[in-house]
Write a protein that binds this ligand. Structure first.
Ligand code: GDP
Length: 454
């Protein structure tokens, strides 16, 4: 921890400004070796949250004009002394400034090391650190909002409250068991059961929402299916706002699966426009059809397109046969044309039916509403605490199991010791969730997914 680390915190690309971040006990001294403020004063005389304008120097040679912003421990992102140097955002110049800083006594930061230090210094809980990563990775409004909520500590606080209630139970039970002669009021079974049930239901709610939360965070794996020429590519292009799929009037043009991440009103769809799901002799097309079938199997959502201008066909029927058990929205396209499709022939098991014109760009809002309704995303409150990943989910499942055991022990009249042991195990699992008691291996694993400079 005593090493001073440095990394470029902005993307590896040309931009107006780039930021090089330096953190550790020597951060200010390191930067004083290679940064000359126009004021002539060294950075070491600046107090926290103060900036100096000056020149990054390579020995006697000026390299770039820059601003150095000084943070003093513990009031910085990492909790250590930090200097952020904002220089011009050329790829060469940014790397050159970093090289000079490294020559002046810093070492390169590992992936996620700034945030890891923030965690180890108690500036962030593990769930908040994970939220930082989720926020950077988020591609849509809803996932970003959920990440900000977690970053501000909503999940941490909720889990801490549950944990505190269990700790109080354990403390009370232990005191009562250890000092029976003291006048500690016996804990009523009713009130114990109530506390345990409340803790259990909080965790249950979090776990229930985990799947819909995943859809919001990582995007909904969506497959568009429909017979050739029904308008799959046109819909895909409409949603992605660019001409990516090849739109033609020859059936079977979309041979491979074309994938695109699109947004409908803040919802992320990982969209796959599949080859027509039909019998074919063409080996190239066969490969596409097989890939489509796999995509369909993995999909969270299927958009099944039907052509409003054509009568219901055997091909439509065949397609429908493949969709059983999938969450499917029937999307009736080409509603701008004369209607020949008898919608009554669509089987009743479609969860939703939406009418659109991909060409005239109508009906997208209805499609959005149908998706959020079908996947129960509309019930999700992005400002409420949510479990954000598999690590957190597993810890919550373990805690819930132990709480259930504690309840069983209580109801079946086992010793209060047994209740205490289970409740304590639940507390352990919750401490692991927030990162307050977690192994180095888990911490390393969490931060290994970060990018360098964060
Ligand atoms: P795909 O084979 O399912 O991908 O179908 P395409 O997206 O290539 O569309 C086939 C043809 O239908 C193209 O000429 C499109 O312009 C046309 N098309 C797609 N959507 C609509 C629509 O809503 N209305 C009308 N009138 N034509 C459409």
């Amino acid at each position: 921890m005593e090493k001073t680390i440095a990394a470029i915190a902005t993307p590896h690309a040309v931009g107006g400004i780039a930021v090089i971040r330096v953190s550790g006990p020597d951060a200010i001294a390191v930067c004083d070796r290679c940064f000359q403020a126009v004021s002539g004063r060294p950075l070491s005389v600046l107090s926290g949250y103060h900036a100096a304008y000056g020149t990054v120097m390579d020995g006697r040679d000026p390299v770039d004009e820059a601003v150095a912003l000084v943070y003093r421990a513990p009031k910085s992102y990492t909790g250590e002394d930090v200097v952020e140097i904002s220089c011009h955002g050329g790829i060469y110049i940014t790397q050159e400034v970093l090289r000079i800083i490294l020559r002046s006594g810093a070492v390169p930061a590992a992936a996620g090391e700034f945030t890891k230090r923030a965690f180890l210094n108690g500036r962030l809980s593990l769930t908040q650190a994970e939220a930082v990563m989720d926020l950077i990775a988020s591609q849509g409004q809803q996932s970003a909002r959920a990440a900000v909520t977690a970053m501000q500590g909503a999940l941490y606080r909720q889990i801490s409250d549950v944990k505190d209630s269990l700790v109080a139970v354990c403390g009370h039970l232990s005191a009562w068991a250890d000092y029976p002669e003291e006048e500690i009021p016996a804990v009523g079974q009713e009130s114990l059961l109530q506390t345990l049930s409340a803790a259990e239901s909080t965790l249950e709610k979090l776990l229930r929402q985990f799947d819909s939360g995943r859809l919001v965070r990582s995007g909904i794996r969506t497959v568009i299916v429909g017979k050739p020429n029904v308008g799959k590519s046109t819909l895909m292009n409409l949603l992605s706002g660019c001409q990516k799929s090849i739109v033609t009037e020859i059936a079977g043009t979309t041979r491979d699966v074309i994938e695109e991440t699109v947004q409908i009103d803040g919802l992320i769809l990982n969209l796959a426009d599949t080859a027509g799901m039909r019998e074919t002799e063409d080996p190239v097309e066969q490969a596409g059809v097989a890939l489509s079938a796999r995509k369909l199997e993995q999909a969270d959502l299927v958009l099944a397109l039907f052509d409003s201008s054509l009568p219901f066909s055997a091909e439509d029927e065949q397609l429908i046969g493949r969709l059983e058990g999938k969450k499917t929205i029937a999307v009736i396209n080409k509603t701008d044309l004369v209607q020949r499709l008898d919608e009554r022939l669509l089987p009743p098991y479609f969860d939703q039916i939406v009418r659109i014109s991909a060409k005239q760009e109508t009906g997208v809002k209805d499609l959005h509403n149908a998706i959020t309704h079908l996947l129960k995303i509309s019930d999700l409150d992005p400002n409420a605490p949510m479990l954000a990943n598999e690590r957190q989910r597993r810890a919550a499942v373990t805690a819930r199991q132990y709480i259930a055991e504690a309840k069983d022990a209580l109801v079946s009249g086992m010793t209060l010791d047994a209740v205490t042991i289970s409740a304590e195990s639940a507390v352990e699992a919750l401490l692991e969730l927030t990162g307050e008691r977690v192994t180095d291996a888990v911490v390393d694993e969490v931060f290994s997914h970060f990018c360098v400079g964060k």
